[in-house]
Design a protein around this ligand. Structure first.
Ligand SMILES: Cc1cc2nc3c(=O)[nH]c(=O)nc-3n(C[C@H](O)[C@H](O)[C@H](O)COP(=O)(O)OP(=O)(O)OC[C@H]3O[C@@H](n4cnc5c(N)ncnc54)[C@H](O)[C@@H]3O)c2cc1C
Length: 467
């Protein structure tokens, strides 16, 4: 009889289109998930719940065969190998700074016990570190990266494997993940009450249902993707986060099927670009990417903390910003256009450190992904890749008028503005004087004045750099 192999699930909570699982499945497979405190603690309960829901769905697909254990991964793998007689283990490669370090250490540790741990494939179509420019160096700008990335696309889908599941006792519960994450409310958020979001449906079947539904209107993507009041985007980011679908499946299903598909595929390319940048520059998740803005002056005093609090709970008096921040609290997700507006507001109107905002997003987003989040923030702050012009300041009112002209999105998340005429919903404070919106807050700052202040600070920072 073939000896079993352990399959270690991580960011690939699915059974189809998994090259690593297919490689393991030539014999009986012991499916394992390890609760790793190092990852569970900084997650935030929304994402921990999302991972837990995704694991419950996977477990159902495995006829309740998923083995759940908690502890240091090498110790758990060695213990399970001894119990089941497995000598080989498989997993999909991880490319996060912590994941890479952990995987190298675990591979060495199990090898000392005579066990082989194979890492195959990645959560990306093209493995981070693969795409290089003609001089053999990594790209720092998206468009040239995307052109070479497209040449590397391998969209061969693996047939779904029939798994011969061999189970073993679980010594931890899936929901332990959630309990761990609830214990660590960050000090930065002191004075703000935690809120549990209502989450969407998790699991591989739901990811494929979303993909099929999106495929039907991908031709409208370019036109509708910026309008948060329409369901113009795929909503697949939370599934990509936990790997209940692989991006290969997404691109294979959507490439070339409609007018918007090239644009859509290039958005998937952004996810892969940021993973590539993080692979080459792991420090960029914490440090500014462009040296010229390293000395930007940000506020950190008590008044700054209070501005952060009002931003976080959606009480700035700028309806587009508040709707976005309240969507984040309500759903653990926010529309991309609104993420940019909210991030820009924190950095350029409130003069706060982008890392504060990135921390709040990472804590609450169910799709929270360190590469896309930190670089999305840096891009908006004007400190990141692509030399996004630092002097570009999103005007929160004009953005609302342009992308939510009837204030539908705003009214959905700000009940105080539902009875206001559509035109006023996008205005600061949702209207003033005779037209003031009962119960809604007045604008906390003058956006024009603070925009000028931001430009002054950027000019100083850049001057300091070149001195
Ligand atoms: C400040 C900020 C923070 C962000 N944080 C995250 C994050 O933590 N996790 C995350 O997945 N995305 C993040 N994004 C990118 C983007 O907002 C989301 O990927 C997108 O809103 C997800 O919705 P969707 O699946 O409907 O997107 P769609 O428009 O349907 O796009 C399909 C997929 O392409 C990828 N994608 C699209 N736009 C981007 C982008 N700008 N950058 C990277 N990937 C992209 C995502 O994987 C997305 O699921 C952030 C953007 C900003 C500006």
């Amino acid at each position: 009889m073939t000896s079993p192999r352990i399959y270690w699930f991580r960011r690939d909570l699915r059974l189809s289109e998994s090259r690593a699982l297919a490689a393991a499945a030539t014999g009986p497979v012991v499916p394992l998930f390890i609760i790793d405190n190092r990852l569970a603690s900084p997650s935030g309960p929304n994402r921990a719940r999302w991972v837990a829901e995704s694991l419950h769905a996977l477990n159902r697909d495995l006829d309740n065969g998923l083995v759940v254990r908690s502890g240091e991964p090498a110790a758990v793998l060695k213990e399970l190998a001894a119990e089941t007689g497995a000598t080989e283990m498989y997993a999909t490669s991880d490319f996060g700074p912590y994941g890479r370090q952990r995987d190298n250490a675990v591979r060495r540790a199990v090898a000392e016990a005579g066990l082989v741990l194979h890492f195959l494939d990645t959560p990306y179509i093209v493995a981070p570190g693969t795409v290089m420019n003609k001089t053999g160096t990594p790209f720092k700008v998206f468009t040239p990266f995307r052109k070479v990335w497209e040449e590397h696309l391998d969209l061969d889908l693996a047939p779904r494997v029939a798994l011969d599941v061999m189970t073993a006792a679980s010594t931890a519960e899936i929901d332990d993940l959630v309990a761990i994450s609830r214990r660590s409310w960050p000090a930065l958020f002191e004075g703000i009450d935690p809120v549990d979001a209502t989450l969407p449906v998790a699991g591989e079947a739901e990811a494929h249902r979303l993909l099929s539904a999106f495929r039907e209107h991908v031709d409208l993507y370019a036109e509708q993707r910026n309008n948060p009041g329409l369901e113009g985007t795929s909503r697949l980011s939370p599934h990509l986060k936990v790997g209940s679908i692989h991006p290969r499946s997404i691109v294979a299903a959507t490439a070339g099927v409609g007018a918007g598909s090239a644009h859509f595929v290039s958005e998937i390319g952004w996810r892969e670009f940021y993973a590539d940048v993080m692979f080459h520059h792991p420090d960029s998740v914490r440090e500014v990417f462009q040296n010229s803005t390293r000395n930007l002056e940000v506020d950190r005093d008590e008044a700054a903390r209070e501005r952060f609090r009002r931003w976080a709970v959606g009480e700035t008096g700028y309806p587009m910003v508040d709707a976005g921040m309240r969507q984040l609290l309500a759903e653990g997700w926010m529309h991309n256009r609104v993420r940019m507006v909210c991030a820009s507001f924190l950095v350029k109107h409130l003069h706060l450190d982008w890392r504060w905002g990135a921390r709040w997003f990472m804590w609450h987003l169910i799709d929270g992904d360190v590469a896309s989040n930190q670089h999305g923030w840096q891009w908006t702050a004007g400190t990141g890749t692509d030399a996004a012009p630092y002097h570009r300041v999103f005007n929160p009112t004009l953005q609302a008028e342009r992308f939510d002209p009837d204030g539908e999105y705003i009214a959905k998340y700000i009940p105080e503005l539902r009875t206001q005429p559509a035109k006023l919903r996008t205005a600061p404070g949702g209207g003033d004087g005779l037209f003031a919106a009962p119960g809604y807050v007045a604008p906390m700052i003058d956006a024009g004045v603070e925009r000028d202040e931001a430009l002054r600070r950027f000019a100083v920072a850049r001057g300091v750099e070149s001195a």
